[in-house]
Design a protein around this ligand. Structure first.
Ligand code: AMP
Ligand code: ZN
Ligand code: FE
Ligand code: FE
Length: 282
């Protein structure tokens, strides 16, 4: 049976694998298709596409946008976006700048607590345009300012902890629109993690295409719940491991195997939408 992983991160955001390393693992695990969904960037897609072509794996370009609706943080996955789309690139560029400023603010908060971390060491470690809290955690561990990554989140970086800094986010409705204008499909990421079921109808009304039912942190009961919601609102079903390489305890790729039929449905919807745009309204 063919299967896919549609939620993967690389060094272009807060994962630890290069696109090539990730594709090699996907190949060894027998994946037929993968999508790259680095946070607020599509930069890794070109290299992942080349590596996938060589490994005979179907590649889907994507990103994971940090958004909010009604004061709830929601991650919106984009699939099949045109990675050269200027409107998309400009807008995510603005959110990359937000991420970089936030690193400086988090480091300043740590300094206030007497922890001598420098923003430049976080940037050097991250070495990407889309840095995040995991990079701060890794820099703290690297400089022996904390024992491990979990402790860094628990003590400093988790929401409500002293070095946590809120992030300016895009509205979820804008995220859906932004993805659509770049030719992509918009999918609500890991709804089970955000306790955000009440915002689903508003996202559906805005044109949400799908919902991530299968995710490493979803229980079987959760997956079933979201399959039911997908059915109710006629949403496409996606799934992925949300692998960050060694940024988490161990690489998660391989823990979620989405049956390929769901990938085919995504492709059918993109093709259908493209045909409509090309032919114009009836
Ligand atoms: P950011 O985009 O900077 O807010 O960071 C989000 C990233 O941090 C995601 O990849 C999460 O998986 C990771 N993260 C969030 N909370 C924790 C936590 N308590 N422990 C480890 N990683 C976390
Ligand atoms: Zn991440
Ligand atoms: Fe996420
Ligand atoms: Fe993710």
């Amino acid at each position: 049976m063919k299967f896919a992983d549609l939620h993967l991160h690389t060094q272009f955001s807060d994962g630890t694998f290069t696109p090539e390393e990730l594709v090699e693992r996907a190949s060894n695990l027998g994946f037929s298709a993968i999508a790259l969904t680095d946070h607020d960037t599509v930069e890794g897609c070109a290299r992942a596409a080349v590596a996938c072509a060589a490994a005979n794996i179907e590649f889907i370009s994507g990103t994971e946008l940090t958004a909010e609706h009604a004061d709830t943080e929601v991650h919106i996955l984009a699939y099949f976006v045109d990675t050269q789309n200027q409107v998309l690139l400009t807008r995510i560029g603005e959110f990359q700048a937000v991420r970089q400023n936030r690193i400086r603010e988090m480091v300043a908060a740590l300094n206030k607590l007497g922890i001598p971390l420098q923003a430049e060491s976080v940037f050097a470690l991250a070495n990407c345009k889309s840095p995040g809290r995991p990079h701060v955690a890794r820099a703290l561990v690297k400089e022996k300012l904390i024992g491990n990554l979990d402790e860094a989140f628990e003590r400093y970086l988790k929401k409500g902890r002293p070095a946590w800094v809120p992030k300016t986010k895009m509205s979820a409705l804008e995220a859906v629109e932004l993805i659509h204008q770049a030719g992509g499909l918009a999918v609500m990421a890991h709804p089970g993690l955000n306790r955000s079921d009440d915002i689903i109808p508003a996202l559906v009304a805005a044109g949400l295409d799908g919902i991530e039912c299968f995710h490493t942190k979803h229980s079987t009961a959760m997956a079933e719940r979201y399959l039911g919601i997908a059915d109710k609102y006629h949403l496409l079903v996606t799934g992925g491991s949300d692998c960050h390489g060694f940024s988490k305890v161990k690489p998660l790729i391989g823990t979620v195997k989405l049956p390929y039929e769901h990938v085919q449905r995504l492709k059918d919807k993109v093709a259908e939408r493209k045909a409509k745009t090309t032919n114009g309204p009836q």
